[in-house]
Design a protein around this ligand. Sequence first.
Ligand code: CAA
Length: 259
Amino acid sequence: DGNYQNIVSETRGKVGLITLNRPKALNALSSALFHEVNDALFKFDADENIGAIVITGSEKAFAAGADIKEMKDNVAIECYKTNFLGHWTDITKVKKPILAAVNGFALGGGCELAMMCDIIYAGDKAVFGQPEIKLGIIPGAGGTQRLVKAVGKSKAMEICLTGSVNLSAEEALNLGLVSKVVPADQLVDETIKTAEKIAKMSQPMTQMVKECINQSFELSLTSGLLFERRLFHSGFGTHDQKEGMSAFVEKRKPTFENK
Ligand code: CAA
């Protein structure tokens, strides 16, 4: 899409690919950049032909955080009144699965953006960290919340309190922050391959899986299981369930129609 200044948005078959593209600032997440990411995400979310979305940066940087130059003179009351960074959370309202392909630096808001995605694949030289404390501030987009759930309390404390304990790709894999490490130059292709697999499934079902797994962070086990069971039941009202199970019994490949 030629209208974007800070990102490139394109399609690869049934996969929407968003590439953060502010190389001179290591993809620092300016307000303008994040609005463009949201715009591209919601266009893909509304596009029937797209089944999954990949967000990536460059080989040097996924994103080096929120734009420090843009926010350095911020005033608290204005932040409050405008809900500064509030629009960052819009990404969590996207129904289609989002995969982050992280090469290089994923620091501060960059790490937080990756954690707002549903699956993270890392290039072998990726670096994850929350350096905000070194700037005299705290993480503002999930660094103290999602990181704990991904890597546990002690590691999250160490990362956020020192600002300088970063995770290598391998460490991030061992801790469960990312699900795969890939040589840097193959990362985007490898991530798109997984996105393509997801995009071939029934879209209502991949969206229900995403919704259920995300609810596991919000609900008690009993409520979460009930939420899952109800959506599971509703699946039997779809064409795609009939098609999927008939195809299995008839030993053929299913053709899902997203209905
Ligand atoms: N905001 C604005 N500009 C940034 C930036 C950021 N987060 N990160 C890098 N840049 C800019 C640099 O200012 C520099 O610009 P100039 O050429 O105009 O000086 C350019 O990108 C290249 O950066 P470096 O010269 O610093 O590159 P390097 O390879 O020497 O170092 C780095 C790379 C270690 C990532 C270093 O750039 C760095 O420490 N960046 C800041 C990381 C950070 O603190 N992130 C947290 C931001 S706060 C936040 O995200 C809040 C939140 O929770 C939402």
